[in-house]
Design a protein around this ligand. Structure first.
Ligand SMILES: [Zn+2]
Length: 360
């Protein structure tokens, strides 16, 4: 039983002052993980940039070439992102109102995807049982033909295709519990019955997609599942979706591997959402997905960081996830506790999704 962990410090070069998706997210997480000592118990994987053919498995060549050209055209140096005091004179371009790129962002994006590929290799070959890729920029909003919502490359989609093409996984389940709809991942597999994608998110909320009726297209119909919760459903709401929906869907689908887009921005302290999930709630989700992976695919659970913007909550969400994955006797780490959620609203949404999919 080993849990693998990937972190690549190159991410520090991709950071814009005052933006929520910033290097301080990893600094705060690393500080807690190092103080705790848990990193010494995990298998640390070396990282490198993702090969271009892996990126091109889910993104258009036109977008990939354009992104590289844009980053090359930006002045400054590869370490500009670290100079967070430079403020508005930092050489940066905006690909949409939320998504900045610096000169180093091309390499940072390739390395974020690369980290998850390294983790996927370790788990699919049995070198590790499960693992967590603490990478940024995140990936689940990136579209086949463009960046979106802080995301440059669709990390989890790239890794899911890699698991299929390199490691002969036939069926891949991707669970996305980031508080925002995983629109990019959805789009990449919308007509594909070999990838079951389930996104739990706040709705209506950014990126304003992710309704119940987005169920997939053509042969992929029924293999795209959205759980669009209203604000404030809390831990019980998320666990309801997991037990009543994801569990039976996964058992019917029989995945060869489970990926988790682990965004922790539904935490009740997070500034970007209102879902009222706790650290312990996230840890329970991870524990149940781990049990599902053990029942269905020899424990292969591959987790990747997406959002999570509260610099106090995020580190404990990551630490607790790592403790669950590695079965640490230290248990979970939730100094902030839980707040009450609207369980009834969550049950109503889950029932509607089950009706739409014909699940009894
Ligand atoms: Zn998010």
């Amino acid at each position: 039983m080993t849990t693998a962990f990937v972190y690549d410090p190159f991410e520090r070069n991709h950071s814009f002052p005052g933006h929520p998706e910033c290097l301080e997210r990893m600094q705060s997480a690393l500080a807690l993980l190092q103080a705790d000592g848990i990193l010494d118990t995990l298998t640390r994987l070396p990282n490198s940039a993702a090969p271009l053919d892996r990126i091109l498995a889910v993104h258009s060549a036109a977008y990939v070439e354009r992104l590289q050209e844009i980053c090359r055209s930006i002045g400054g140096s590869d370490s500009d992102g670290r100079q967070s005091a430079r403020g508005n004179d930092l050489p940066a371009l905006w690909l949409d109102p939320d998504t900045y790129v610096l000169r180093a962002s091309w390499e940072a994006g390739l390395r974020a995807a690369g980290g998850l590929l390294k983790l996927t290799d370790a788990v699919m070959t049995g070198a590790a049982s499960n693992g967590f890729a603490m990478v940024r920029p995140p990936g689940h909003h990136a579209r086949p033909g463009g960046a979106k919502g802080f995301c440059l490359f669709g990390n989890v989609a790239i890794a899911a295709r890699h698991a299929q093409q390199k490691h002969a996984a036939e069926r891949v389940l991707i669970v996305d519990f980031d508080v925002h709809h995983g629109n990019g991942t959805e789009e990449m597999f919308f007509d594909d019955p070999t990838v079951l994608f389930v996104s739990i998110h706040q709705y209506p909320h950014y990126p304003f997609s992710g309704g119940i009726d987005e169920v997939g297209y053509g042969p992929g119909e029924g293999y795209n599942v959205n759980v669009p919760f209203p604000s404030g459903v809390g831990d019980a709401g998320y666990l309801t979706a997991l037990r009543q929906l994801i569990d039976p869907l996964a058992r019917g689908f029989r995945p060869d591997v489970i990926f988790l887009s682990a965004g922790f921005d539904g935490h009740w302290m997070d500034p970007l959402s209102g879902h009222r999930v706790s650290v312990d709630g996230y840890a329970s989700m991870v524990a149940e997905l781990m049990a599902l992976a053990e029942a269905l695919c020899e424990g292969r659970l591959i987790c990747t960081l997406e959002g999570g913007y509260d610099l106090n909550a995020l580190p404990h969400c990551i630490l607790s996830t790592l403790r669950v994955l590695s079965r640490s006797p230290a248990g979970r780490s939730d100094p902030f506790g839980a707040v009450e959620g609207n369980t009834q609203a969550a049950e109503k949404t889950v029932s509607a999704v089950k009706r739409r999919l014909g699940i009894r």
